[in-house]
Design a binder for this molecule. Structure first.
Ligand SMILES: [Zn+2]
Length: 184
């Protein structure tokens, strides 16, 4: 009972540290960012209400999706680009938030803090995603390598096994020596 109890927490822990959890978190976060950008464009687009409804969403999708693609691919451009790209992405998120919250109205401190936190989340998610993706790729590569080694080992074992009696030998010479004398 107790071991099952702890095992379920181990599974939960493994999930929270997985690439899947990071992707789910990112999608939820992107949903929120989509809402922010959409609200901003809806507020500022000089169009009729019914056109704005579609245009705002389209622009927000392009905006957020572009930022996502850049954030998760930037490390392939150049290792140093990761730092600058992440900072730039966070800065854009910060500006979007300062405008979304209209920091110049009302409780400025609260609004600035929320904006900075959201920008930090943006940078962390991008960074976490790249780390987790590389970790997953390394794991999959190692698994593939292990499977390849296993197949090679089985082939070698098969080659060193006497086809008549089924005994496996340590070397080709041993097998050759046996083959002539095999009684099976
Ligand atoms: Zn034999």
């Amino acid at each position: 009972m107790t071991s099952t109890f702890y095992a379920s927490f181990d599974k939960l822990g493994a999930f929270f540290t997985s690439l899947a959890a990071v992707i789910i978190g990112m999608l939820v976060f992107i949903g929120y960012r989509f809402f922010e950008v959409y609200t901003l464009f809806e507020r500022h687009l000089p169009m009729d209400a019914d056109v704005v409804w579609v245009a705002g969403k389209l622009i927000a999708f392009v905006f957020v999706f572009t930022m996502l693609l850049i954030a998760v691919n930037i490390d392939k451009v150049h290792p140093e680009a990761t730092v600058w790209g992440t900072l730039l992405g966070a800065l854009i998120t910060l500006f979007v938030n300062l405008y979304f919250w209209e920091v110049w109205h009302g409780d400025m401190t609260f609004k600035v803090i929320v904006s900075v936190i959201t920008a930090a989340f943006d940078a962390w998610f991008g960074h976490l995603f790249v780390i987790k993706l590389r970790e997953r790729e390394a794991y999959l590569w190692a698994s593939k390598e292990k499977a390849r080694e296993r197949v090679a080992m089985m082939k070698l074992q098969d080659a060193l096994t006497c086809k008549k009696c089924g005994v496996t030998f340590k070397s080709q010479n041993a097998l050759n020596g046996h083959s002539g004398r095999c009684k099976a």
